[in-house]
Design a protein. Structure first.
Length: 95
């Protein structure tokens, strides 16, 4: 009985491995991208739209720098407050 199940199992393994073949590869042609509009900007040609965009980006950068400066000042104040709080804790434990 064991020999029957063992041979049945071996036959199933051989049958399943015989049908498992890799399919032929599928070749897809690459799509060439359309010519980009940025090539004119790279060549040095500037339009009023790009100048306007550049000015807007510069204004955004200036606003971002201002916000970063405010955040730096706030972090410094918080550090000072933390140091003061630690000193108060030290002095309160001594007293």
């Amino acid at each position: 009985m064991r020999i029957f199940f063992l041979s049945l199992f071996a036959g199933a393994v051989l049958f399943s491995s015989a049908g498992a073949q890799t399919p032929a590869p599928i070749v897809v042609q690459a799509v060439t991208p359309p010519p980009s509009k940025q090539s004119a900007v790279v060549a040095g040609v500037t339009t009023p739209a790009t100048q306007t965009t550049l000015k807007a980006l510069q204004a955004m950068k200036a606003a971002n720098d201002e916000i970063l400066a405010q955040q730096k000042a706030t972090l410094e104040k918080l550090d000072e407050m933390e140091k003061a709080a630690n000193e108060i804790r030290i002095y309160s434990k001594r007293g």
